[in-house]
Ligand binder design. Sequence first.
Ligand SMILES: Cc1cc2nc3c(=O)[nH]c(=O)nc-3n(C[C@H](O)[C@H](O)[C@H](O)COP(=O)(O)OP(=O)(O)OC[C@H]3O[C@@H](n4cnc5c(N)ncnc54)[C@H](O)[C@@H]3O)c2cc1C
Length: 457
Amino acid sequence: MTAKVDVLVVGGGNAALCAALMAREAGASVLMLESAPPEWRGGNSMHTRNLRCMHEAPQDVLTDAYPEEEYWQDLHKVTGGLTDEPLARLLIRESSVCRDWMRHHGVRFQGSLSGTLHLSRTNAFFLGGGKALVNAYYRSAQALGVEIRYQSPVQSLSLRDGVFEGVHCNGEFIAARTCVIASGGFESNLAWLREAWGPPADNFLIRGTRYNMGVVLRALLDAGADQIGDPTQCHAVAIDARAPKFDGGICTRVDCVSLGLVVNRDGVRFYDEGEDFWPKRYAIWGRLVAQQPDQIAFSIIDAKAAGRFMPPVFPGERAETLEALADQLGLPRAQVLATVEAFNQACRVGQFDHAVLDDCHTEGLEPPKTHWALPIDTPPYSGYALRPGITFTYLGVKVDADARVRFGGRASPNLFAAGEVMAGNVLGKGYLAGIGMTIGTAFGRIAGTEAARAALD
Ligand SMILES: Cc1cc2nc3c(=O)[nH]c(=O)nc-3n(C[C@H](O)[C@H](O)[C@H](O)COP(=O)(O)OP(=O)(O)OC[C@H]3O[C@@H](n4cnc5c(N)ncnc54)[C@H](O)[C@@H]3O)c2cc1C
């Protein structure tokens, strides 16, 4: 039996680290339990690049302004209103004041690089990416005296009427005055994904950590914590089908969809590839591919697309003829030729401009391609097989503005949650680039402060 710490933090990603640092700075003793070994510490946070920040005027790496109202409207739109406005506004305001604190703990920012310039106004990029960010936080936490235990998966919680008592981990019962749960979603739990999605889930790839098994989330829900969100809601993008089952990260994303056409296993198109700018649409393609037979699709481009998108880590299949490309991708040749022919015939080419919603579109084609529709006619042709890549799930526990977990509508006096495990409070569906790290930073900082206050009171 370990001596009782003030604040126990469950998890080892951005939300957990923010909570641990804030609690320690407030004078509490802090113990952090991370499932992963040191070399895999940091959860999905280690794969990230940026966070979305409100600001009223240009600030170091952020251009122009991104005021609260515009941020709120963007969030409201992508979630279709499935968001808690007071919590969302709290998050947005917190995003305007966290960066000096982040710098103080060693995080460095950089301006947007080519391919991400459209985010220069809204998103602050981490120099060295999320890996550098979590490493900086771990260094700072160690220097401040946060106790960190790796390979320490929490198996169960001890709760009495919403009051936290302790956790079971590696055969030990660890008691604490307060606890912050920051153990991510359940995206790495393939059996739970299958429960939510059925057999198609077997073909999903997980873009991030293998350690977000949802064990603590399940324990909380079983113990009567109020649930938020639906198990099928998640962030899912189309990624290269050759990506590993876990931890492929951002380099497996295939970003040429809006420059060509996409067919399913049968060689048939199924969605408007040019519906909107790619940064606004990339996060719907995981779900679209998940709905296709065998959960596979193929992005086909011609030489005109070369150099217009960030190339994925694996080179695509390449051929001088569409027949050869279809063969290489294992697609029915005749149907692919018919699909491309129908598409080419339907193209009404105007002034091609990938930086605006241009007037190149199809006519009389179902589904249409509403922008950037150019005939696929210039060899060499390239193709990428796509699979649904799950980024993170939104099912979670309800919290209040102090990040306290709610049980039957009542806030727990000493149990808090931050990050993916409560993301569903503000993200009922859809996604805004960079808001995952904002949720973990804002609610991690709040949870750490409030947990320390509750423990030291
Ligand atoms: C490839 C990729 C790119 C992304 N890019 C961005 C981006 O640029 N910007 C952005 O905002 N978001 C991005 N996201 C989303 C972002 O990663 C998450 O929203 C954010 O990192 C969540 O932080 P978290 O601390 O809640 O979870 P995580 O960082 O996933 O941390 C969860 C932690 O809990 C630990 N854990 C799990 N179960 C247990 C247990 N039972 N006991 C103890 N520990 C446990 C895990 O090991 C892990 O350390 C990206 C995600 C991926 C996969």
